[in-house]
Structures are given as C-alpha cells and as structure tokens.
Design a protein around this ligand. Structure first.
Ligand SMILES: *Cc1c(COP(=O)(O)O)cnc(C)c1O
Length: 393
C-alpha cells in the first residue's frame, strides 16, 4: 500500500455544519505552534475571551472556548450546573434537545420533558405549565437554533419564564451564534454554549461557552463534586482565568485557537448585527429561489432559522440520489434529514462563510438542474433571478 498526503477536493458545504472555512482562518491555523503557557499565547487567549464576549453580547467574565466539539460545550454546562437528584426541565423539539435529556439522566438527575413537534419552536405555554407542575425544578434547558429541524425558539421569552420560576437556564446556541440574534446579557441567559464550525466558519473542535454570576453561584454551592475531571470548570478556569496564576490543565489546541481567533476577528470586522442581517437576507433569497423551483420550507414562517433551511423532498424524488449527484457533479454538500425526517427533507445550511451570494446561485442552479434531470419540473431561471433580486435589489 502506497500512502500519500491527503488532498481533499474543495467542496461547498451547505449542510448543517461544518460550514465553509474562510482561507484566512485556514492560513491562521498553519502558523507556528507555540507553547500553551507562552506569554504570547496567553495574550491571544485573553483576546479570544474578549472577542467571544463581543459575539455572545455579554460581559460575563467566564467566557471562553472549551477544548472539544459543541457536544463537549453541552456536557460542560450540564455536568457543572446539574447535580445528581436535581430536576431539570428539558424542552425537546429535535435531536439536540434529546441529547440534553441524555446528559441530565447520565448525571443521575431527573428530566421533565416539554415536547414540541419537530420543525416547530418550543411552545412557551408548555414550559410555563411544566414549571407550574414541577415547582422543585432547578434548571431549564432548551435549544435556541435546532439544527436538526431548522426551527428557532424564542430564547428571550423562555428564559423569562424559567427565571419567574426560579430556574437557571442552559441554552444551546451552537448553530445560533453568529447566524441570528443572540443576546446573552440582554436576555439574561445563565449558561450558553456554542460551536466553532457553524456560523463562525471555523474548523470543528472548539466550544465557546459563557456563564453568568447566577450560574457560577450555582457551581460554587454544589454539594457533589463535578463528576467529570476534564470538564470541571473549577479546574479549567485555573488555565483560562487571567486573574489567577495560569496552571496546566490540558494542552490547549493551540492552532485551532489561532483559527477561532481569526474567525472571531472576522466577525467583529463585519459587525455582529451585519452578520445576522446577511444570514437573514440570504435566507430570504434562498426561499424565493426554492419557491420558483417548486420546493417548500417545512418550518412555519416566524419560526424559521435563517442559517438552516429544511426543504421538503418532492414526491418521487430519491433523497440519496440527489445528494450523491450534487456532490459528484458540483462538489456541493447538502444535509440529510435526521430521525423522523430522514429521506423526507434536505437541510440547506447558509452558515457563516457559506452564506454568500455565489453559493445561493450554485445551490439553486445545481439543485434545479439535477431535479430537472430526474423529472421534477421547476423554474430554474426564475429561481436564480428571484434570489438575485432578494440579495441585490
Ligand atoms: C452541531 C450541534 C451540536 C453539536 O456540536 P458538535 O460540534 O457536533 O459536537 C449541538 N447542538 C446543536 C444545536 C448543533 O447544531
């Protein structure tokens, strides 16, 4: 067997993440590795924390990237804020809510589920009812941007309800961060986690988190020790907190953090509101184009995420055939449906650096021509023109 360097084909990533990584970020990651306690690196860590506060719209001191994918961000929040025996209300309207429940149960806590249909936002009235029925609940957890279904929940309202019932909140913002409005301080979110590879357009493997004073107080007043050594924030902060003498916890993924720094810098250069507006504009353009192709979005208007669009697969069209052809013929990746939606929908992500006009044109043109070839009629010309009009007026 002859082994050679791996040279991936450049693809256009319009699925649920990872999104396209900007060349500036890839270039940053190729810079020389330095020590994780090097003063130059410590200064970079401080900048990353500041830039993350900008992205999260927060002043929280404990704002930092956890070493690991979004799932590690999720688990970090749960293992630190939930103790065995606690009661946690988990809102489930897709795959990631289900994982939150799994986290709660593995800790030895009890999950009270507020269930909503896949493709819909979390219903605030159901949360209110659950909290009335369970006055001993301590934590409310929900997903702001459900990547499995393309639904956006009203985080501000859900947090308000939780606080009225003396619960702290854990919010999954993995797909939300950078792609749609997220206001950690103004909405008073207690603990939030995100991911590097969705609307921040960085490589996978880092999970920004932010916790407010209320969340920290809950960690301080724990009875039981955090059962994870790696994710125990008391220990992680010994490395990331600038007010202490930094000490070795684990070797930080140095070059990945160069990439995250560059990604956050680019977000700041663009402006966070401008990034939200860009995702929204391109979502409207995609919707206009899909309509011309005769394809419908499944999430009701008003609950749709701009950065992740669920499209019904037309009758008689085979999901896997279309995605395989898009990849082979156009180097274009769309996402498949998950769970009950498998085979019934495509997930079209326009996240971060992937959310650009040329990708809209590629997506609509490629999908339109492949569907035409498979016998599905659709106005390809009209789709491109409609999308162009939405973006450029
Ligand atoms: C992608 C995603 C995760 C998990 O992130 P990984 O980096 O894949 O571990 C969690 N929650 C949501 C909403 C996501 O979209």
């Amino acid at each position: 067997m002859q082994y050679t360097s791996f040279q991936p084909r450049p693809r256009t990533l319009l699925g649920p993440g990872p999104a396209d990584v900007h060349p500036r970020i890839l270039a940053a990651m190729a810079r020389p590795t330095i020590g994780h306690l090097d003063p130059l690196f410590i200064a970079l860590m401080d900048e990353i924390k500041d830039l993350l506060r900008y992205a999260f719209r927060t002043e929280n001191r404990l704002t930092m990237p956890v070493s690991g994918p979004g799932s590690v961000g999720m688990e970090t929040c749960f293992v630190n804020l939930v103790e065995p025996g606690d009661k946690v209300v988990v809102c489930i309207n897709g795959v990631f809510g289900t994982r939150m429940k799994e986290n709660v149960e593995r800790i030895g806590a009890t999950a009270v589920v507020v269930a909503d249909p896949w493709g819909r936002a979390v219903d605030p009235n159901k949360l209110e009812d659950a909290l009335r029925a369970h006055p001993d609940a301590k934590v409310v957890a929900f997903v702001h941007a459900e990547t499995s279904t393309g639904a956006r929940s009203d985080a501000k309202t859900l947090v308000e309800i939780a606080h009225r019932h003396d619960c702290i909140t854990i919010v999954d913002a993995v797909t939300a961060l950078g792609g749609c409005e997220l206001q950690v301080d103004a909405w008073d979110i207690d603990a939030v986690y995100a991911g590097s590879q969705k609307c921040l357009s960085c490589t996978p493997g880092l999970a920004p988190i932010s916790l407010n004073e209320r969340a920290l107080e809950r960690i301080r007043s724990r009875q039981a020790r955090v059962q994870s050594w790696f994710m125990d924030l008391n220990l992680v902060m010994g490395y990331w907190d600038g007010s202490q003498r930094r000490s070795y916890h684990h070797t930080a993924p140095i070059n990945a953090l160069y990439g995250l720094h560059e990604a956050l810098l680019m977000l700041r250069e663009e402006g966070i509101e401008q990034a939200w507006a860009r995702h929204h504009r391109h979502h409207l353009a995609l919707r206009a184009g899909l309509e011309a192709l005769g394809l419908a979005l499944i999430v009701p208007e008003g609950e749709r995420l701009p950065q992740l669009n669920l499209v019904s697969i037309p009758e008689g069209i085979d999901d896997a055939t279309v995605r395989a052809r898009l990849l082979a013929e156009y180097d274009l990746e769309l996402g498949a449906g998950l769970g009950d939606l498998a085979g019934k929908v495509w997930r079209i992500g326009l996240m971060g650096y992937s959310s650009r006009p040329e990708n809209l044109m590629l997506c609509l043109g490629a999908l339109g021509t492949v569907l035409r070839d498979l016998g599905h009629g659709g106005d390809i010309d009209g789709a491109l023109v409609a999308a162009h009009r939405q973006v450029f007026g």
